[in-house]
Write a protein that binds this ligand. Structure first.
Ligand code: DGY
Length: 336
């Protein structure tokens, strides 16, 4: 039987590429070029699988033009690049990379909270600019983290890992909001209290966003929500761009109605709203919350496992829509 052909859309760890090359005919992009949607479709011709980085859109239009495609494997936990209903309808499996990035992403969320509340980047810029002349009682006085109240919106695996750090490591009161409430046992073990969104925004000293992006979560935090937060509060977004209205956030930061923000993700990234680049009380990082070498390797390995498992007739480890796949359409793609 001839080897299936697959596409790798971006540069990946060479050893993971080699694992794929041992199983498949691989077209890869180790130069890390950014392809247009049309170029992606062109390169997908004849491919049964694709390794993706969570940004390349897979929608009905793409699927209609790629009749041999059977699996799209994201190396990210987020999968808002997939139209899962469209994929299921034409028998294409989507997979993501959950779990392996939970702890390092929670570490980073905390790093961003500490950098933001304690004004670490702002004060470093001041020092590097040669402006530091002497110690002063209120120099870069920030907000307390230990013992304060953390509001977490989105209490999945990463939200729970953040809650543990907050409650057990920093003695924080943890309040959370989520589509569905956790069990009483889990709430108890995380020391987390459930609140409605408005009550959480009004109560928290620091708000962290860890929810997936979807049409329903678009602008979960906009001008109205920012107005509910304490003026001394900080907002941290390690989830997805689009969950925060970045223009409204920049306005609140400039007006001083919100003390500070730490953002790892942006609406329309890699572009960043120009107003966010000019306000001092915001810490900005380029979507690196999961970026430790070990975690990124584990994410890539999981996506590779998913491609090898599924296309060799076995199972993908982390399927998203297996139960929803149209089996007739799936079989037609296997036969094509
Ligand atoms: C994810 O896995 O969804 C992250 O945002 C990528 O680092």
């Amino acid at each position: 039987m001839s080897q299936a052909a697959i596409l790798v859309t971006r540069a990946i760890f060479p050893d993971q590429l080699e694992r794929l090359q041992a199983q498949f005919q691989v077209e890869s992009n180790q130069q890390d070029s950014i392809w247009s949607p049309d170029e992606l479709v062109a390169r997908l011709q004849g491919k049964a699988g694709v390794f993706m980085t969570g940004v390349e859109k897979v929608d009905a239009a793409l699927l209609a033009q790629c009749p041999q495609l059977r699996i799209c494997a994201n190396m990210t936990v987020g999968y808002n690049n997939f139209d899962l209903a469209a994929m299921s309808a034409v028998g294409v499996l989507g997979t993501n990379a959950p779990d392996v990035l939970t702890e390092s992403t929670a570490d980073f969320a905390f790093a961003l909270l500490l950098a933001t509340a304690r004004r670490i980047t702002e004060s470093e810029h001041y020092l590097r600019a040669g402006l530091w002349k002497h110690w002063r009682y209120d120099l870069f006085a920030g907000a307390e983290v230990h013992g304060s109240t953390l509001g977490i919106i989105g209490m999945g695996r990463i939200g729970q890992a953040i809650a543990r750090r907050a409650a057990l490591g920093f003695g924080m009161r943890v309040v959370y909001h989520n589509r569905s409430r956790l069990s009483a046992e889990l709430e108890h073990s995380l020391h987390a209290e459930y609140l409605g969104k408005q009550a959480l925004l009004e109560t928290a000293d620091h708000v962290m966003l860890v929810l997936p992006y979807s049409a329903a979560s678009h602008h979960t935090i906009g001008a109205a929500e920012l107005a509910c937060m304490k003026p001394s509060a900080t907002l941290i977004n390690v989830a997805r761009g689009g969950i925060v209205d970045d223009a409204a956030l920049a306005q609140a930061l400039r007006a001083g109605t919100l003390a500070a923000a730490g953002l790892d993700v942006f609406e329309g990234e890699p572009a960043v709203h120009p107003d966010l680049l000019t306000v001092p009380n915001v810490v900005l990082t380029p979507h690196i919350a999961s970026a430790t070498e070990g975690t990124r390797r584990a994410m890539a390995a999981l996506a590779v496992d998913n491609l090898i498992g599924y296309l060799s007739g076995g199972a993908a480890r982390t399927p998203l829509n297996l139960a929803q796949l149209d089996t007739g359409a799936q079989a037609a793609r296997v036969a094509s």
